[in-house]
Design a protein around this ligand. Structure first.
Ligand code: GDP
Ligand code: MG
Length: 678
């Protein structure tokens, strides 16, 4: 099998933890394919990808980088994904374009765990993937230790395809275990073939045997050959490797250095010969192909100058500039190449293209002949739930509407962002996957949409209630000029069970308060409850109106409403008001080696552990259920990630309100009252 079986363009997606070298690797691959005139560098800010000011400033990929090239007559697209866990949504969406994923790893056994969530997504969508162990130019670990650590987080067998040749501490080349040819690395160029060094032959033989045995697990003929000590033909071994990779049964492991362009030709060859064609990928993703044109939307980009660009992969037929999709005319068909959009007239099977200035398409849509399907029945990643939120306000009050519209565009780009208008605190909240994620959103609001904003901590949605009841007699009476106002009520205020809410009971007999005024008393009481004696909304209180007086001329709706409100404000302080804080139901997911640490984290945050269980579908992970106060949830993700190499995560939902007393409560009440003073 070889790249020649298809003429369609193929797509490789580079994934891996932050700083493992994906952006540098894309640069090396493009340079080797002569698609860029010189190889850029991340520290120098000269790479094709990461061109935005936000990316350059941080030396960090903040949006998927798209590129294209031709290698030995085959057409390729690449997407270099952000590595930060906070930008995982972009990685997951980008993977929906992948015929193959290249997982870029650090040569550091202790960091292997950071690959676990990535392997999980690849497994979920059965995406064929190659593991490229990068930075071998400065690796100190033994390949065997590294492989063992990586295997511990991969559900698929890792199949090492190279052994390193060492020159003292340095790795100076490698032996390819299929061809059994040896190579010496050359700086920024294809390695030179060399004689296999004597000293390595034994290790090479052993490693080759291990590789063949892994493959024999999936092929009886090969197994028989091995049992009979026959040496399988090189072509057969390549064939088996390709088949197993395409079926996502094994993960081939290659290594090198993106920085020094070592191991790049070997990686290119593997991509060329082993990557499945787009037809296979379309089938794997169950893409409902149309008769002619079908393309799935991978992501949308709102660019400052060009407006909205819709990145899509063509799975069938051809796209043309000027075609109509779902009633919208395509105005401009492009190939994205770093910061450039190169105009093209048409595109065919497998190509990763961008449609210019279309309003409607959203990530995950399927674009077909004349129609746009919003929720096609095909594989698609879930939208990540938010774990970190901040209050957001425009610096210029006139920008409020523009802010909402601009955030909607950011959400179109990255649906793991959310906007909430909080009904309790009246704050506008922006939610996402962490501090950096929200910082980037704030910067993009400025650079893409010219909206400047400020962020602040979320307010906790404290409430209050009462511990005991009271009877209250209050009278509202005004005599001023013409006719006055008169309302007199006797109410009983009493606590209700938690969660029961507000209740108003009418026990008036004999018309001491005329029928038509009774609802006004209730309205007055309700108005008062928006802000109780401690300064917070009041919940779980019952008010019974049992007596009162009226005046035939001076009584009115207004007077009884005011009387109701007055009775509450005079009575409530005598009811032993108490602060209530929102408690959330939280499920924390971590590899089980961290479970005991998480117990400490939860109790340190006034939480209550409810129990834990194995996380379904995640080998070696636990789900820890607990109750945590909302106030302790705000920066939970930061501590959780720092305890777990960044892989821990959680989901949360409001559960109940709980009394808060003592010093913490005093502090909350004090700060609310000092806010009021301002
Ligand atoms: N020594 C060494 N450094 C590398 C290699 N590849 C990338 N780097 C450096 O590692 C840092 C992160 O690289 P980058 O490509 O941005 O990683 P990404 O976050 O995975 O895209 C940069 O400073 C690179 O110059 C490599 O093969 N060897
Ligand atoms: Mg990068």
């Amino acid at each position: 099998m070889s790249g020649q079986e298809t003429t369609a363009a193929r797509c490789a997606v580079l994934v891996g933890p932050y700083t493992s070298g994906k952006t540098t690797l894309m640069e090396a691959l493009l340079f080797a394919a002569e698609a860029i005139p010189r190889k850029g560098s991340v520290p120098q800010g000269s790479t094709l990808g990461d061109f935005s000011p936000e990316a350059r400033r941080r030396q960090m990929t903040v949006e998927p980088n798209v590129s294209h090239c031709e290698y030995l007559g085959d057409r390729w697209s690449f997407i270099d994904c952000p590595g930060s866990v906070e930008l995982s949504q972009d990685r997951n969406s980008s993977l929906m374009a992948a015929d193959i994923a290249v997982v870029v790893a650090e040569p550091e056994p202790s960091r292997a765990l950071t690959l676990a969530p990535i392997f999980k997504v690849l497994d979920d969508f059965k995406i064929p993937h190659i593991l490229f162990v990068n930075k071998m130019d400065k690796s100190e670990a033994r390949v065997r230790d590294l492989l063992e650590a990586l295997q511990a987080v991969s559900s698929k067998p890792l199949v090492l395809r190279q052994v390193p040749i060492r020159d003292g501490e340095q790795i100076s080349g490698f032996v390819d275990l299929v061809s059994e040819r040896a190579y010496r690395y050359k700086d920024s160029a294809t390695s030179d073939p060399i004689q296999m060094p004597e000293g390595i032959k034994e290790r090479e033989g052993e490693a080759r045997q291990v590789m063949l045995e892994s493959l024999a697990d999936f092929d009886d003929t090969l197994l028989e050959q091995l049992l009979e000590d026959q040496i399988p033909a090189t072509g057969e071994v390549y064939g088996q490797l390709t088949k197993d990779l395409r079926e996502d049964l094994i993960v081939p492991v290659l290594f090198g250095s993106a920085e020094a362009s070592n191991g790049i030709t070997r990686l290119w060859k593997a991509l060329r010969h082993e990557t499945p064609p787009p037809e296979t990928t379309a089938e794997r993703l169950s893409i409902p192909l149309g008769d002619e044109f079908s393309a799935s939307v991978i992501r949308v980009f709102h660019q400052a100058h060009t407006g909205k660009m819709t990145l899509a992969r063509v799975w069938n037929g051809g796209a043309k500039d000027g075609m109509t999709i779902g009633g919208e005319r395509v105005s401009g068909l492009y190939r994205m190449m770093g910061s450039d959009n190169l105009k093209i007239a048409e595109a065919g099977l497998g190509e990763l293209i961008a449609f210019g200035r279309m309003e409607n398409p959203q990530t995950g849509n399927l674009l077909r002949d004349g129609e746009r399907i919003e929720n096609p029945d095909m594989a698609s990643p879930e939208t990540l739930k938010p774990v970190f939120g901040l209050a957001i306000t425009p610096k210029n009050r006139q920008d409020e509407v523009k802010l909402t519209g601009s955030i909607a565009k950011l959400i179109e780009e990255d649906p793991s962002l959310e906007l909430e208008h909080n009904a309790d605190t009246h704050q506008m909240l922006i939610w996402g996957q962490g501090e950096i994620h929200l910082q980037l959103a704030v910067e993009h609001l400025s650079s893409k949409f010219h909206v400047e904003v400020e962020t602040a901590r979320q307010q906790t949605a404290y409430k209050e209630t009462i511990k005991r009841g009271t009877k209250q007699h209050s009278r509202f009476k005004r005599q001023s000029g013409g006719h006055g106002q008169f309302g007199d009520v006797q109410i009983e205020i009493s606590p209700q069970p938690r969660g029961k809410g507000f209740e108003f009971v009418d026990k008036i007999v004999g018309g001491s308060v005329p029928r038509q005024y009774i609802p006004s008393v209730e309205t007055g009481a309700r108005e008062y409850l928006q802000r109780g004696p401690l300064g917070f909304p009041v919940v779980d209180v019952a008010v019974t109106l049992f007596d009162g007086q009226f005046h035939s001329v001076d009584s009115s709706d207004m007077a009884f409403k005011t009387a109701g409100r007055l009775a509450m404000s005079e009575g409530m302080p005598n009811c032993q008001p108490v602060l209530l804080e929102p408690i959330y139901d939280v499920t924390i997911s971590v590899p089980n080696e961290f479970t005991s640490k998480i117990h400490g984290l939860v109790s340190g945050r006034r939480g209550q552990i409810l129990g834990f269980e194995a996380k379904p579908g995640w080998d070696g992970w636990d789900n820890l259920k607990c109750h945590l106060p909302q106030a302790e949830l705000q920066d939970l993700i930061i501590e959780l990630r720092s305890l777990t190499f960044g892989v821990g995560s959680f989901e949360h939902s409001f559960d109940h309100l709980q009394e808060l007393t003592g010093r913490l409560a005093d502090k909350v009440i004090q700060s609310q009252q000092s806010d009021d003073a301002h």
